[in-house]
Design a binder for this molecule. Structure first.
Ligand code: PXL
Length: 266
């Protein structure tokens, strides 16, 4: 049986991030995706690719989820992407309480350029208080790991594991924290802290330090698809790391200064 899955995420019109990446990844990994949009991002090619963020009213997002679950009542696995505002976070918390979920994968997208710092702080706090306790698997990047764990200056795998454990202590069963590509001395290293196994270090050679759009979305969406197919969190993490590494290797360059991950065949 091919599982249906849901993403609750933003649209990024070029197809390099957000729901577009989630749907491609779901499809590529043998699941059938539905998508409820939270906001619409349009980069501005005439202003340094600034993110223009247009929020969708939370009740419209809730209606999309109602429609998706109405058509596909078997959906028990959801990925949460960019939420963008406190009212949206409150609505998504209600959505999470209103359905029986087996897997809630949260990519805690805290900051998108174009957001005011003050607004972002509110979003950080609401995400930590309302979404994290409802997550079964969370995939923070280095900045998000530092923000959510309250630890700064993470610069080693050991410190990353400790910060992931601090996030897990908020009641998240699986924390997949990413060190990123900024450290010369490390490969692309991620860690998974979860129940029933030692902290797992997942490492892949870097393809340089260039940021690739959609890599984080790809990873979390791949975890979502693998969990929906019945893999354990550890198996899902390993498969997602491999899939994301391949998607970054196949990255596509366009008119923007950053390439985008590609989840399909070369
Ligand atoms: O990669 C973070 C991200 C997630 N979701 C949407 C985005 C971005 C970054 O641009 O636009 C919709």
């Amino acid at each position: 049986m091919i599982p249906n899955v849901l993403t609750i995420a933003g649209s990024e019109a070029s197809g390099g991030a957000g729901a577009q990446v989630d749907l491609r990844t779901f499809h590529q990994l043998g699941t059938v995706g539905a998508a409820a949009l939270t906001l619409v991002v349009s980069f501005d090619p005439n202003d340094q690719w600034r993110h223009r963020v247009h929020p969708i009213p939370p009740e419209v997002t809730a209606a999309q989820v109602e429609a998706a679950l109405g058509v596909h009542p078997s959906i028990d696995t959801v990925k949460i992407g960019m939420l963008g505002s406190v009212p949206m976070i409150e609505t998504v918390a209600k959505i999470l309480d209103g359905h029986e979920w087996r897997n809630v994968v949260v990519d805690p997208v805290l900051i998108c350029k174009g957001q005011e710092a003050g607004e972002a702080l509110d979003v950080d706090n609401a995400l930590r208080e309302l979404i994290l306790p409802r997550a079964t698997f969370v995939t923070p990047n280095l900045f998000e790991t530092e923000t959510l764990s309250g630890r700064s200056g993470i610069d080693s795998v050991e410190a990353l594991v400790e910060a992931a454990q601090a996030i897990a202590a908020h009641g998240v069963p699986n924390v997949y924290a990413k060190l990123g590509v900024d450290f010369d001395e490390f490969d692309a290293v991620d860690v998974l802290v979860g129940e029933g196994h030692e902290p797992e270090v997942l490492s892949a050679p870097k393809f340089g330090q260039e940021k690739v759009s959609g890599a984080g979305c790809t990873l979390a969406a791949a975890v979502t698809a693998e969990l929906a197919k019945g893999r354990t969190p550890l198996e899902a993490a390993r498969a997602a790391k491999q899939f994301t590494t391949a998607a970054v290797a196949k990255r596509r360059h366009g008119g923007a200064p950053f390439p985008m991950a590609w989840q399909g065949e070369p």
